[in-house]
Design a protein around this ligand. Structure first.
Ligand SMILES: [Zn+2]
Length: 378
């Protein structure tokens, strides 16, 4: 059995996912390294120091530069970036639909222009699986279309139907690739993705259909793309009960600490988001009493760490005043220290969530954490 459901509290799940690259304790926050590095000069040694369990890399970015075939030649993504723990790769779909130039969607796949050099690229379910297989990630995501949250119903229906057909092709292609002699990770796992924008009936129907494929995990995609938090929670309330409880449930691209607590409560146990790294690069740091903007004048002579008692590499050695000084001076170390703290904050919150679930005290923990983060004391 790959996924052990250790404990539940309401719909919240505490799980353990066994992979060829080690065990993932869930709920888990995956740390987003777009081009096989977390933006902000964070190395894989750093990732080990900040309790990262799963690193996430972007298929599209690695395909256009340096190229998945080159990475395969060099022994795969794990060897390339010197990381022996789980890696999840996205399918490239989201970037194709959001980043890339003029594109054409057909049944076979999508034609688009690279955002690096404008060259024309074709990607369909088979290509996405081949790229992810070349990278050798632990978990590969299905190639899907992510329709805008506020898209017309008819568009969403047609798009979801195509995403289902693409999922069948992904599953077949991955089975074929995992059986080849020169495949780097023959145990690569495929997660399916639920779509349907904010139409609960379309999403529920889709969740039922994809659950029948008996994949190792399922994601809810197409959220956090323009809908309100309430709409997102409503979708989760409606859809998660139709995804297998005895498999990982991944909410893609979410979110704030509060979003994560709410989603755990609704049965989600895998997350990823660029917020901690992106905010860190802009000097915005998370604490248990809310977010601080280190550019603020009031931190100029503040010799306290970002957060008292924080065990991250930044707080153990440096003050708010020093980090602020580095940020003001545009010194790269300033960004790096903020990103390290923020990811540590997220990874530690997930650790707390797991401990609370183990103790059957998640509801109380969630209430306490939310109140504290909203208090705004420093
Ligand atoms: Zn810290």
């Amino acid at each position: 059995m790959k996924y052990e459901l250790l404990k539940t509290e309401g719909r919240a799940k505490r799980g353990r996912f066994h992979t060829v690259h080690g065990v993932i304790e869930t709920p888990v926050f995956m740390n987003v390294g777009t081009v096989a590095a977390i933006k902000g000069a964070v190395s894989t040694d750093d990732l080990r120091a900040i309790k990262c369990q799963v690193e996430l890399s972007n298929t599209y970015h690695l395909h256009v530069r340096t190229g998945d075939k080159t990475i395969k030649e060099l022994g795969g993504l794990h060897k390339f970036m010197n990381w022996d723990r789980p890696i999840l790769t996205d399918s490239g779909g989201f970037q194709v639909f959001s980043l890339a130039g003029i594109r054409k969607i057909k049944e076979e796949g999508v034609t688009f222009n690279s955002h690096i050099d404008g060259r024309k690229i074709f990607m369909g379910p088979e290509e996405s699986m081949q790229i992810q297989s070349n990278l050798g990630s632990t978990i590969a995501m299905a190639f899907d279309e992510c329709p805008p949250a506020l898209a017309e119903r008819k568009y969403v229906e047609d798009s979801v139907a195509r995403t289902t057909r693409w999922l069948h092709r992904c599953k077949e292609e991955m089975a074929r690739l995992n059986g080849l002699d020169d495949t780097i990770n023959k145990e690569q796992l495929l997660f399916g993705i639920n779509q349907g924008a904010i139409y609960n009936d379309i999403r529920i129907e889709h969740a039922k259909i994809i659950s029948e494929l008996d994949l190792p995990g399922y994601a809810v995609g197409g959220l956090a793309v323009g809908e309100s938090h309430e709409q997102m929670y409503d979708v989760l309330d409606n859809v998660v009960p139709y995804l297998p409880q005895n498999k990982p449930t991944y909410l893609m691209g979410v979110g704030t600490p509060a979003n994560i607590l709410e989603a755990v409560d609704r049965g989600v146990d895998f997350f990823d988001c660029v917020y901690p790294s992106r905010n860190g690069r802009h000097g915005h740091v998370y604490t248990n009493h809310g977010k601080l903007n280190l550019f603020n004048q009031k931190f100029e002579k503040d010799m306290r760490p970002i957060e008292e008692g924080c065990g991250c590499p930044t707080c153990k050695s440096y003050s708010r005043a020093y980090v602020r000084h580095l940020l003001k001076a545009k010194e790269m170390l300033g960004m790096r220290l903020c990103v390290l703290h923020n990811l540590y904050f997220y990874n530690t919150m997930m650790e707390e969530i797991r401990a609370a679930l183990d103790a059957g005290e998640f509801a109380a923990y969630k209430k306490r954490k939310l109140e504290s983060m909203e208090s705004g004391e420093e």
